[in-house]
Design a protein around this ligand. Structure first.
Ligand code: ADP
Ligand code: ZN
Ligand code: ZN
Length: 736
């Protein structure tokens, strides 16, 4: 008798190997890799994904169990998708099951069949089509919904309207009662026959060159670095490229940073491409995410714009990848499966023989080096489109100055001038709360977090001390717990404190503060940004939430209160991040035809990198910073792996890492690999745990990876591996 095929199935969770199963006893059975199966495991059953079929197993047939049933008739992943997942699991040395299930929408990680494709939605009625949108100025929500539906002839899903438009159930009901829209079932993801008419810009010659260069490579693997100053028309270039790929019948993946996926950006894509664009991000309800994922997998829709995890969305006809703001940290997942979506986008592009465009006004040093060495083609947009000028950067030396809650006299004067002339000003401080700490004036006591090596931030409106590292909160004490003095004073400033001062200085000027504390409610950020653009707030104050992706055409003055942290941070990337943040914040100014001014307060006006950035700009800065990295033999000139360990016990993490090192070949025999540590992590105690690091680096990636793989085969055998929590971070971006 011919023996049965053996199914190799990967289960969700931290398991590094696949399990062998026999086919299900009955029912239709079609063992295509990429389909989910329900299988017995332990005493219960689990969901797994078939990754391969083999003729025999290393286990005796008698000990094999039978799969219970096949859940998907057709594979959820193509062989190319699976290849990417295998590649990622191997490169980041992360369990394959975790990688695969991370790539699935939540609904499909469970024991559920695929969703039916009928989706409740709304479409315009005849009457609704006739409405003059201008008459709805006073009802912006209604206008927005009608506007969107005009560009989606077949209608739009209710969930989508609720998630992305400013729709609420009551607005939808009002519009239905007026007879302008009607409920409908969308049998499939609707496409517009006629994309909306939008005025498009004729490209300038540099944009045209960029578009041509990429278009020529459609159908081939080629990475590009689109290095274009803020406002140079990068987004416009993306839009032309997307259209070119669509004409060639391909799908397009656009990756954007978490905070960059604003309705504004989405709307710009929708205006041009209609509802062929779908968005995928963590703010969507699970069902909607599955719907988008399915629409892409079946190639019913061609354009996906999404945050980090969208890099894993199946796109069988993928023909172009764009990564906007490629330098942004949010492309790297910082916990669990620590992958870089930007880096994986290159692997994906190679698999699909397609170009990948990494765009930024402040490219990462990694990408700049790749461009220099010819691995990426460099495309440059050194000037702003639309006749607007880049803002001027200026340092404000605050040594020996008495600051007024963080504001220098020069800065206050310039703010006043700007506001008096009816223009908008923006104040940037990357720290929320009232003050980073409180101190006792009598004895010097500080608000140390009981669980971390950090101070608790003073949040005055809530009357809380709040640790931003572990979330610990407590009421502000009436008096010093050490000496009983009631004289507790804030040290330094956060946005809350600066807001208080600005309101005193400019009592008649409406001010909007935008940070995590003021935008917690869903939709509140959008509303504030809309109000800002409509000119309702001449004075803007905020954290890095303000720095990215938003266009504030009327802002002519940007004040950056504190960059010094960035100059002397413990992390070797601190300078690079400081420069990127400064330029991204500065980039909000002077976008229209008014030139902008950027004032940067610093106590280190002579710092050489800072000087270079101000005088000569990012290209000179990044060239110098790269040279420093080369001399110090740091990334991108070497490759790093960071192994972290933490435990309640103070000694265990370091001991564990030491044992781990000693379990392998002696480190001095390993030529070409450098070991730093085990050492305490920069923040040694966090959330009550003690943390230790082992940083390993090499100029040869292959060597480093071989060492790491070997290490991971030993790690589970160490008795201590169950007492400490450990993780592996390949190409770490943050050393905290
Ligand atoms: P970036 O993405 O580089 O910040 P955008 O594509 O958002 O730049 O363009 C900045 C501004 O310039 C936008 O208002 C855009 O409409 C405008 N713009 C872009 N390209 C052109 C062009 N070729 N001619 C005129 N205006 C343009
Ligand atoms: Zn005291
Ligand atoms: Zn804490």
């Amino acid at each position: 008798m011919e023996s049965e095929p053996i199914l190799q199935i990967v289960l969700a969770g931290p398991l590094r190997t696949a399990f062998d199963y026999l086919p299900p006893a009955q029912g239709d059975f079609n063992p295509l890799p990429g389909c989910r199966f329900q299988v017995p495991f332990g005493r219960g059953s689990r969901i797994g994904l078939l990754i391969g079929v083999s003729a025999d197993s290393s286990l005796p047939e008698k000990s094999l169990k039978r799969a219970i049933r096949q859940l998907d008739p057709q594979p959820l992943f193509t062989s190319e998708d699976l290849h990417l997942l295998h590649w990622a699991a191997d490169y980041y040395q992360h369990p394959l099951g975790d990688v695969i299930f991370h790539a699935l929408p939540i609904n499909l990680r469970k024991d559920r069949p695929e969703q039916s494709s009928a989706t409740p939605g709304y479409r315009l009625t005849e009457q609704g089509r006739e409405i003059d949108l201008e008459t709805l100025k006073r009802a912006p929500k209604q206008r927005d919904i009608l506007h969107r539906l005009r560009h989606a002839q077949a209608g739009l899903a209710t969930r989508l309207l609720l998630a992305e438009a400013s729709a609420t159930h009551s607005v939808l009901r009002i519009l239905t009662e007026k007879g302008w829209i009607e409920a409908c079932q969308l049998s499939q993801d609707s496409t517009t026959e006629s994309p909306p008419e939008v005025k498009r810009h004729a490209l300038n010659s540099q944009q045209q060159q960029a578009v041509d260069a990429v278009r020529e490579q459609l159908g081939q693997f080629q990475p590009f670095l689109l290095d274009g100053v803020t406002g140079s028309g990068k987004t416009e270039v993306y839009l032309y490229l997307v259209e070119a790929a669509l004409q060639a019948g391909r799908q397009v993946l656009v990756l954007v940073p978490e905070i960059g996926l604003t309705p504004q950006l989405l709307q710009r894509f929708r205006n041009r491409l209609g509802d062929r664009v779908m968005a995928l991000h963590s703010g969507l309800p699970d069902g909607e995410r599955e719907r988008v994922w399915q629409a892409m997998r079946s190639a019913r829709q061609p354009v996906l714009i999404g945050t980090r995890s969208a890099v894993f969305c199946p796109l069988p006809k993928l023909g172009l990848i764009i990564v906007d703001e490629e330098h942004d940290l949010s492309f790297k997942q910082q916990e669990g499966f620590r992958y870089s979506a930007r880096d994986l986008s290159l692997v994906r592009a190679r698999q699909h023989y397609c170009p990948v465009v990494l765009g930024s006004a402040t490219p990462s040093l990694e990408s700049l080096r790749n461009a220099r060495e010819g691995r990426y083609k460099l495309l440059q947009l050194p000037h702003r489109a639309a006749h607007s000028q880049l803002p001027k950067l200026q340092l404000v030396d605050i040594r020996n100055l008495t600051l007024n809650h963080g504001l220098s006299p020069v800065l206050i004067r310039e703010l006043k001038k700007t506001l008096d002339s009816g223009e908008q000003a923006m104040v940037f401080l990357n720290r929320r709360g009232y003050a980073p700490m409180l101190t006792c004036h009598a004895c010097g006591w500080l608000t140390d977090c009981p669980r971390c090596d950090a101070r608790m931030t003073h949040h005055r409106q809530k009357n809380l001390l709040w640790c931003h590292h572990c979330g610990h909160q407590q009421r502000v004490p009436e008096q010093c717990p050490e000496c009983g003095s009631p004289d507790l004073r804030p040290v330094g400033q956060g946005t809350e404190r600066v807001e208080e001062r600005l309101r005193e200085l400019f009592p008649d000027t409406p001010l909007a503060r935008i940070d995590r504390d003021t935008t917690r409610r869903r939709g509140s950020l959008e509303k504030m940004l809309g109000d800002v653009r409509a000119g309702r707030f001449p004075l803007l104050l905020g954290t890095q939430m303000l720095a990215k992706g938003h266009h504030f055409p009327a802002v002519t003055l940007v004040a950056i209160l504190d960059v010094d942290q960035g100059l002397f941070g413990a992390d070797f990337r601190a300078g690079e991040r400081m420069a990127q943040l400064v330029l991204q914040v500065a980039g909000r100014a002077g976008r229209a035809e008014r030139p902008g001014q950027v004032l940067i307060q610093t106590r280190h006006p002579d710092h050489p990198l800072m000087q270079l950035l101000i005088r000569e700009g990012y290209p000179a800065f990044s060239a110098e910073a790269l040279e420093e990295r080369r001399l110090a033999q740091l990334p991108p000139f070497t490759h790093q792996v960071l192994i972290r360990a933490e435990a309640n016990d103070a000694r265990q993490p370091e001991d564990f890492l030491q044992q781990l090192l000693e379990s392998g070949p002696p480190t001095n025999d390993l030529t070409g690999i450098e070991f730093w540590g085990p050492i305490p992590a920069p923040m040694e105690r966090r959330a009550g745990k003690t943390r230790a690091h082992l940083l390993v680096q090499s100029t040869q990636r292959a060597l480093l990876h071989r060492w790491l793989k070997d290490l991971l085969t030993r790690i589970d055998q160490l008795p201590m591996s169950r007492r400490v929590r450990w993780s592996v971070d390949v190409d770490p971006q943050e050393m905290y």
